[in-house]
Structure formats: C-alpha cells, structure tokens
Design a protein around this ligand. Structure first.
Ligand code: DQA
Length: 145
C-alpha cells in the first residue's frame, strides 16, 4: 500500500510556529512518527510539504500517476481558500483524509470554511500530530477491505 502524506503552507514551521496551538514538536519529528508507523504497517509513505498551492496540486496528481492508494492532506491555510486543491482531489478520485492539528471548528470564523472537505472521505481535527496517525490507520483499514 502506498499513501501520500501532504502538508501545506507553514507546516514546515511546526515547533516554532504558535506552539500553544500546534505543539512543540517539529516537522521532522512529525515525519519520523509517520514513517515509523507506516513501516510497521507495511505502508510506503510519500511525505511532502510545500508553501505553494500549485506544488500541492502537482503532488495530488502525482499520487494518482504513481499508483498511490490514498492521500492524507493537511492543506493548512489553503483549506479555507483553495478550489484548486478541491478540484485536484476530485480529479484523482483517491480516498483522501483531511487532517488539522488544531480544532479548526472552534477557531476563527474564516477557518470554518473547508473547500476540500466535500471530497474527503473523513476529516480529523484537533487531535494534534496524532491526527495523522489516525488518518493513516483509517485509510489502511478502508483500503484493505
Ligand atoms: C491547520 C489549521 C489551518 O486553519 C491553518 O491555516 C494551518 C494549520 C491545522 O493543522 O490546524 O496552517 O490546518
């Protein structure tokens, strides 16, 4: 099984960025945690972070062309603005889980909008870095069935 784990803008700043909201662990730590978990399940994890919307669109398309089974994506601020990411997930038709480290539903009004949500099979929000693990486990079970 192959999963693409995609992270949007400013998530490379984990650990530095608003640690009261996003925690003290950095991006490298997140990737280590994901890779260790995936190795245990026999999943090939392709991890990618970008601050640029088009790069994320390219990676979603790449997931399709390189035969991925599913996508875990934290689109970060592009959650609330990007129709391009919505269209990309719709185009590839891969099972996709939307992850947010913070509880977006309880934050500012502008964070209540998620364009990508309607094409995601599940949304996990407010569970910290553990949300990525939950998303991987969800896809693992769903795809194996
Ligand atoms: C985020 C929430 C978004 O509103 C924000 O723009 C982010 C991170 C989260 O993981 O909680 O950059 O997606």
């Amino acid at each position: 099984m192959k999963l693409y784990i995609l992270n949007g803008p400013n998530l490379n700043m984990l650990g530095i960025r608003e640690p009261d909201i996003y925690g003290k662990q950095d991006y490298a730590c997140l990737i280590r945690m994901i890779e260790e978990h995936c190795v245990g399940l026999g999943i090939e994890a392709v991890c990618y972070q970008s601050n640029h919307e088009g790069d994320l669109v390219d990676k979603i398309q790449e997931a399709y062309f390189k035969g991925a089974d599913g996508i875990v994506i934290n689109p970060a601020a592009y959650t609330h603005t990007s129709i391009a990411l919505l269209d990309a997930v719709k185009a590839v038709g891969l099972p996709t889980v939307e992850v947010h480290i913070s509880a977006v539903d309880t934050r500012e009004d502008f964070r209540q909008i998620s364009y990508i949500r309607e094409v995601c099979t599940k949304t996990i929000s407010g569970k910290g870095l553990g949300g990525y693990i939950e998303a991987i486990d969800y896809l693992y079970d769903k795809i194996r069935k």
